[in-house]
Design a protein around this ligand. Structure first.
Ligand code: XIL
Length: 381
């Protein structure tokens, strides 16, 4: 990592000189230099052809909303589209927050990735378990509920939402299978235990019917996206099975929460290993996006310059995306460090502040911002 830190120290110096550039001059600049200096990620996105986004919460202030419109050309709904948020009871669907978000993203010309239709973990419908427990035929009831949700929600935003994370985190947290049992870390995958793997195909088929032009993704959490890692390989095998069965899947999202530290796999272990993995997915006929990138600073506390080391990790991801043809987007999970979910998430709140994002608490660009810009500009068009 030492070599990368040095590169990042150089980037730091460049970032300082960029800060001196008047905003208007930066905006007029036609092409960004390879370092990305003086350019917003939005400009970098336009030049590289890679979408650059941030997660958008319902709760952020107007100032932070303007951070997004100034810095990114894409957004992902952080929570608004999750089943728990849209449907407090089996009989109701509330579209107020999602309507607002879709309208705002369209007004700001930001590509919207709607996250997510089915996720068995933190934010599943709170009533689902009881509903299935009392159903005469739980499989039929669940199939019906999935089809209803997907058809209703995707159909409402037909032509307005470009990308759907149809399925989120189908695979077990660690290892290569599914969550078939409850554990202290995760509930069982109720979709899988009720319907088998076929729940994935049915959700994709319903979504395609509801909006034939939207691009449909499966989003997964990998601790290190690398050929040879059991979970990464299980995801490749799953996508191959879906493609073979002609399931209408257009893309795979790799979350990229760099949460585990030095003695466990880093996300990603190297630029080359991540590039190779994206290439392998690309060969199966899907596009790939990095969908929820964040890098916890406390994991780098032993580095001489933790912020530079953090920038180096961001750079590895951005470079891999730029170098792999199948990669069409990179999204960070929030805008300012103060927005990050990690400071309130039980497994990571102990080390708060985690400061895992590209803008600091005041909205200033961190070293990592420049590193992502430089990485994405490695894309050759
Ligand atoms: C997180 C949100 O950021 C939090 O606000 C929420 O309380 C819990 O979920 N993987 C995912 C995201 O796919 O939906 C999660 O988002 C983070 C982990």
């Amino acid at each position: 990592m030492a070599g990368r830190v040095t590169t990042s120290a150089l980037l730091a110096a460049l970032a300082l000189s960029a800060a001196a550039l008047p905003a208007s001059a930066a905006a007029k600049q036609k092409r960004c230099p390879a370092s990305g200096v003086g350019c917003s990620l939005k400009q970098v996105a336009a030049q590289s052809g890679i979408f650059v986004g941030a997660a958008l919460s319902n709760k952020i202030s107007a100032t932070e909303k303007s951070d997004i419109a100034a810095n990114f050309n894409a957004v992902t709904s952080e929570n608004a589209f999750k089943w728990s948020e849209m449907s407090k009871t089996a009989a109701t669907t509330d579209f107020a927050a999602t309507d607002r978000m879709v309208a705002w993203a369209r007004a700001k010309k930001l590509r919207l990735r709607a996250h997510t239709l089915l996720w068995h973990r933190l934010q599943n419908a709170p009533w689902l378990k009881a509903e299935l427990a009392t159903a005469g035929d739980p499989a039929t009831r669940l199939r019906q509920l999935i089809a209803e949700r997907v058809t209703k929600v995707v159909g409402r935003y037909r032509g307005k939402v470009e990308i759907w994370d149809v399925i989120n985190e189908p695979l077990a947290i660690f290892g290569a299978g599914y969550d078939s049992e409850e554990t202290p870390l995760t509930p069982k995958n109720i979709f899988y235990t009720t319907l088998g793997e076929g729940y994935i195909a049915s959700a994709f088929r319903s979504a395609r019917k509801a909006d034939p032009k939207a691009r449909l993704f499966l989003n997964e959490l990998l601790w290190d996206a690398r050929v040879g890692d059991p979970k990464s390989d299980a995801l490749l095998a799953l996508v191959a099975r879906l493609k073979k069965a002609r399931v209408p899947i257009d893309g795979v999202g790799i979350q990229a929460h760099a949460m585990l530290g030095t003695s466990s796999p880093w996300f990603p272990s190297t630029t080359a290993s991540l590039k190779r993995y994206i290439d392998a997915l690309g060969r199966l006929g899907v596009k790939v996006e990095i969908t929820e990138l964040d890098v916890r600073l406390p994991l780098l506390a032993d580095q001489p310059d933790p912020l530079a080391a953090q920038a180096a990790v961001f750079r590895r991801v951005a470079s891999a995306c730029a170098q792999a043809r199948a990669c069409t987007g990179l999204t960070v999970w929030g805008q300012r460090d103060s927005d990050s979910w990690l400071d309130s998430y039980s497994l990571t709140s102990a080390t708060a502040p985690n400061s895992p994002l590209l803008l600091d608490r005041e909205g200033k660009r961190k070293l990592a911002y420049q590193a992502v810009a430089a990485g994405l500009l490695e894309r050759r068009r």
